[in-house]
Design a protein around this ligand. Sequence first.
Ligand code: FEO
Length: 174
Amino acid sequence: MLSEKMQKALNDHFTAELYSSYLYLSMAAYFGDKSLTGSASWMKIQALEEMVHAMKFYDYIEERGGRVVLQPIAQPPSEWASPEKVFEEVLDHERHVTSLVNDLVALAIEEKDFATHNFLQWFVGEQVEEEASADEVLQTLRLAGEGGNGLFMVDRELGQRTFTMPPDVAIPGL
Ligand code: FEO
């Protein structure tokens, strides 16, 4: 059984993951508009991964006998000054999400909710990867420089990313 406070915090984080998905989908649309199809594809996959993160929270809240309550999702930005600025925002956003996950872990410890603490460990590890992959793309973009051949090469490389649905997310048919 989840405490009221923990249930609210988990629902808030479920919404934060949905916002992440929304933000990355908006970035996909930005890249699509610029004909940077590899970057658009990378962002669509990132948006799907965030949806998977959200569903892990959804399933966990239900598994613990809690109630999932959907909240409004804020409108994400739709324009950026450059591809580099987009990935700067990805890195900033992932650092923010890491701080949210850390706050949840601290709450789980405070409440002696060790099941939730255990559930959150996957996200602690995932955030290390999320920050590292955003930083890697950002550094590559900076090395390549804006515009021209360098950007074309990075875009093509980003287009190689593929999505695999994790087996523990209960979405029938997927
Ligand atoms: Fe779900 Fe990118 O953190």
